[in-house]
Write a protein that binds this ligand. Structure first.
Ligand code: LLP
Length: 427
């Protein structure tokens, strides 16, 4: 976040100017920040002197423009649906650098991925294994795959975004022996070329021990199966700072720990050091994204609290309602001014739970003031909805003093154009 004369600047452009030009609510990304997060991650890996791959988890924010940036930064990306694959393809992203995750990929999605010559499919379950085998054997082509394991490791995070525990819908269960059965089946297939093992333990993770347990477990498992894994993919999950109370571990520290554990465990289990893959989503785009809103009405309830309403809310950021996620906001034109009030920031949606921030200190505000909610770059736009038939906001990328529209604001025409009339049957 850049501040000049108490004004918020994003990518060298004043947030005020962006709001005037593109309207509100609007998502704004600081492209330079995304690029420097990626280059810091690369630097951390380079220092470890091993083979690695950073595969951006598209689910955090999937638009053609973000893939243009990732293409430029030469990293991989991971998709979890036909829609994400279509978006990646539209950007002209090299499909060999794409992996495909998910616990219920349809036959159509698998065929789409194969037609696009996607780099890696991350096989999640027996149904998919059979389906994929069938499709590939009909076409007589082989496919590189990783195998997703449910490792029985819990990351300490919100239960909705914790995925590595044994009771999870994702991956082959390790403890019960299902993973070994799946491994044997994959190895027996002449069309599946198993490159390695994959697991993901959760998201918004603030402590590192889960990753070291996971890396050790994956390398140990491969060695137990007498499998020379070329790749170990440890998923995403690096936590980010949303509010002043958050104190996340720097990405470079997570990476260092993952690599050090991989080296130590490879020695311990007499295995060749595999290529290390990570799949961060939130930590790449989260901190670089801002949501700009215009403040509207205010309701003061004497002795209780004040509500300040903005022109967006749970339709463009469902995370507070869904996960009790906390955010921090600033007044775009008075970032550093002392606070004079504590308010609740409410959205415009017809639902009491549509509160973006429970308690926010702010200077004095007036209707028409601009508010920026910070660190909304991950799982904001990507989880946006048309609830209450509100059009979704535009997305703007700002870099080196220039702001560019990368997703247009939805119109009422966009909202209604798939609707068809229904003629009631005569009695
Ligand atoms: N890889 C796999 C297999 C995943 O399931 C996920 C996230 C990631 C990578 C990326 O995780 P990240 O680095 O972004 O933490 N909607 C929730 C987050 C759900 C994450 C699901 N999986 C939220 O808004 O917090």
């Amino acid at each position: 976040m850049q501040i000049k004369n108490n004004q918020l600047y994003i990518g060298g452009v004043s947030a005020d100017q962006i709001a005037q030009q593109f309207g509100t609510p609007v998502y704004v990304y600081d492209v330079g920040q995304i690029r420097s997060i990626i280059s810091d991650m690369k630097e951390a890996f380079d220092a470890e002197k091993l083979n690695y791959q950073i595969s951006y988890a598209s689910k955090a924010f999937s638009t053609v423009a973000i893939y243009d940036v990732l293409k430029h930064e030469i990293i991989h990306c991971d998709a979890v649906s036909g829609g994400e694959i279509a978006t990646i393809a539209k950007a002209g992203f090299p499909m060999k650098n794409v992996s495909f995750n998910g616990n219920n990929k349809s036959a159509d999605e698998l065929m789409m991925a194969i037609d696009y010559k996607i780099g890696t499919i991350i096989v999640d379950n027996f149904h998919e294994l059979d389906l994929l085998n069938e499709i590939l054997s009909e076409r007589k082509i082989s496919q590189n795959v990783l195998m997703r394991i449910s490792p029985g490791i819990s990351a300490h995070t919100h239960k909705f975004i914790s995925t590595g525990q044994q009771d999870s819908k994702f991956g082959f269960d390790l403890a019960s022996g299902q993973a070994k059965k799946a491994f044997d089946k994959i190895q027996a297939s002449e069309y599946l070329n198993l490159l390695g093992l994959h697991a993901h333990i959760g998201s918004q993770i603030f402590e590192s021990s889960g990753y070291s347990k996971l890396v050790d477990l994956l390398i140990k498992t491969a060695s137990k199966w007498h499998f020379q894994a070329e790749i170990i993919d440890v998923g995403g999950g690096f936590g980010i700072k949303y509010t002043d109370a958050d104190d996340p571990i720097p990405n470079a520290e997570f990476i260092h720990l993952i690599c050090q554990t991989a080296k130590a465990s490879s020695r311990k289990y007499h295995a060749k050091l595999p290529e290390i893959w990570v799949e961060p989503g939130r930590s790449i785009v989260g901190p670089a994204g801002y949501s700009l809103y215009t403040i509207g009405g205010r309701k003061d309830i004497p002795g209780i609290r004040s509500y300040l309403s903005v022109d967006g809310g749970m339709g463009d950021n469902i995370r507070p309602a869904l996960y009790q996620a906390e955010y921090k906001a600033v007044l775009v034109d008075q970032v550093d001014l002392p606070s004079e009030q504590v308010v609740r920031i409410a959205g415009k949606y017809c639902e009491s739970g549509d509160v973006l921030i429970q308690k926010q200190e702010l200077p004095k505000t007036y209707p028409g003031d601009l508010l920026a909610v910070l660190a909304t770059g991950a799982y904001g736009y990507s989880m946006a909805s048309n609830y209450n038939r509100n059009p979704r906001p535009a997305v703007v990328f700002a870099e080196k003093g220039k702001a560019k529209l990368v997703v247009k604001r939805e119109t009422y025409e966009d909202i209604t154009h798939l609707d068809l009339n229904y003629e009631v049957e005569n009695d």
